[in-house]
Design a protein around this ligand. Structure first.
Ligand code: ATP
Length: 440
């Protein structure tokens, strides 16, 4: 605007250089094409940089207010009308992961979610074929090129060392620094809970498990191996930074998330074993008190892990948000999954706010039931819904959750939770229900 006010458009100059006139429509079309591509392939920040550069170019090359304004209008129109697809990496992995993830993917497609899905063959089969667990640059590529990752499970009896599972799954958690393992514990229907008198409204808590430290870092060693004097040491690593960020994440989660019935979350409970493990437990205790003071509106509670297990079975109504370390989180969420109907019903997200996060069902590859079309796909489907909610596709996520609840009510489910359908039939039923529930 300023340039054209100072220096009016020079028709004679353009007449001397007729190609200059052509440049405007050509450049506009090029710019449009770039905007379009950017919407489909880049993050919003990249898009803004591109838009600014294009804008500056049009400003200096044409010095024409009208072109300038038209460009801006087209830009705004495209921002409003073109849908940005979320890029999802899909790694089904091993065992029942290869059965339940295709069902979850079909349900995502049926929901009409604006996603671009890319499959990766990482897992035992690939490892046995070419010895590769994670291709070079694999984790950097996932972080750079994708908005989220949907994972099945890893573990195969043909790889007894489980090296590929460690390198892929723990690699993703550690190297991509996905420090918060969020595991919602929700009862979808009273029939699924082995406890008497527990209704869906009674079982709605979430476990926030530290995901990058603890005993899972594999620090330690053996001394005098194979002798009667053998000593094995397994270190439990707890850094101030790691403990503080997971505890803060739990308080933030509590503040920002509501329960299924719409009521606010109000309590964060820290679970440890500080009476026996005083060094690590002491750090967790101190940090929990310090961080808790920053959230006076949230009740900060504590329970030893053994007492918590008893309470979870006696009265799970009392829990809201639980934060704990890597190992206790692993164990108590298997127990909690039992209250939801079993491992086949539990979903989880491995999250680093602002970075590409990974979503996986809580269950493992379950070799004894793999390949038999009996695995419950609902945990993987709920995981897909959790992932869609995380990347901003909340309506699609709600549609999927609604269909899963309906599947449970109508007993369109697998044997492990009292139904008679196979993995594929159960997945197809949910996908059909989702597509019937109309556009999102
Ligand atoms: P990991 O250590 O990798 O988490 P895990 O040792 O906890 O694995 P899983 O592979 O999760 O064990 O499965 C244990 C058992 O739970 C299975 O053998 C199976 O009986 C049952 N199970 C797990 N997932 C499912 C599912 N989706 N559907 C039905 N049963 C399941």
């Amino acid at each position: 605007m300023r340039v054209s006010a100072r220096k009016p458009y020079n028709h004679r100059r353009h007449a001397r250089r007729p190609l200059g006139l052509l440049r405007t429509p050509v450049a506009s079309l090029t710019a449009l094409w770039r905007y379009y591509r950017a919407f489909y392939t880049s993050s919003k920040s990249a898009l803004w940089i591109l838009a600014t550069v294009e804008y500056a170019l049009s400003y200096y090359s044409y010095k024409l207010i009208r072109t300038h304004v038209t460009h801006f209008k087209m830009c705004v129109l495209l921002f409003l009308t073109v849908e940005q697809k979320k890029r999802i990496a899909v790694i089904a992995g091993d065992g029942i992961g290869r059965e339940v993830i295709p069902e979850a993917v079909n349900v995502i497609k049926a929901s009409g979610a604006a996603v671009e899905l890319t499959d990766f063959d990482w897992g035992a089969e690939r490892y046995l074929g070419d010895g590769v667990t994670v291709p070079p640059d694999g984790f950097a590529m996932l972080g750079r090129d994708f908005d989220a990752i949907l994972v099945g499970a890893f573990g195969d009896p043909r790889v007894p060392s489980n090296i590929h599972a460690k390198e892929i799954l723990l690699g993703m958690r550690f190297k991509m620094d996905l420090y918060a393992n969020v595991r919602p514990v929700r009862l979808l229907d009273a029939s699924l809970c082995p406890l008497k008198g527990i209704e869906p409204k009674d079982l709605d808590f979430v476990v926030i498990r530290e995901n990058t430290e603890g005993v899972y870092v594999d620090a330690g060693g053996v001394f005098k191996q194979g002798t009667p004097d053998e000593i094995a040491v397994q270190e439990d690593i707890n850094s101030r930074k790691g403990v503080e960020r997971i505890i803060r994440y739990a308080f933030e989660y509590c503040e920002r998330h509501k329960k299924q019935d719409g009521s606010p979350r109000k309590r964060v409970l820290m679970c440890d074993k500080s009476n026996a493990m005083s060094y690590a437990g002491g750090l967790w205790q101190r940090v929990f008190k310090e961080v808790g003071r920053e959230y006076p509106q949230i009740a900060a509670e504590h329970m030893y892990v053994d007492a918590l297990c008893t309470q979870m079975v006696r009265d799970p109504r009392q829990f809201d948000v639980i934060v704990t370390n890597n190992m206790f989180g692993d164990i108590i969420t298997d127990l909690a999954a039992g209250l939801q109907g079993g491992l086949g019903m539990a979903a989880s997200g491995n999250i680093h706010p602002g970075k590409t996060s990974m979503f996986e069902p809580v269950h493992g590859s379950a070799p004894p039931i793999a390949g038999k079309d009996v695995a419950n796909p609902l945990g993987a489907i709920l995981t897909a819904a959790m992932m869609l909610g995380h990347v901003g596709l909340a309506r699609e996520a709600e549609k999927i959750e609604g269909a899963v609840i309906e599947a449970v009510r109508q007993k369109k489910i697998t044997q492990d939770i009292g139904g008679s359908l196979g993995t594929r039939e159960a997945g197809e039923w949910v996908a059909r229900r989702v597509s019937q529930s109309g556009p999102s």
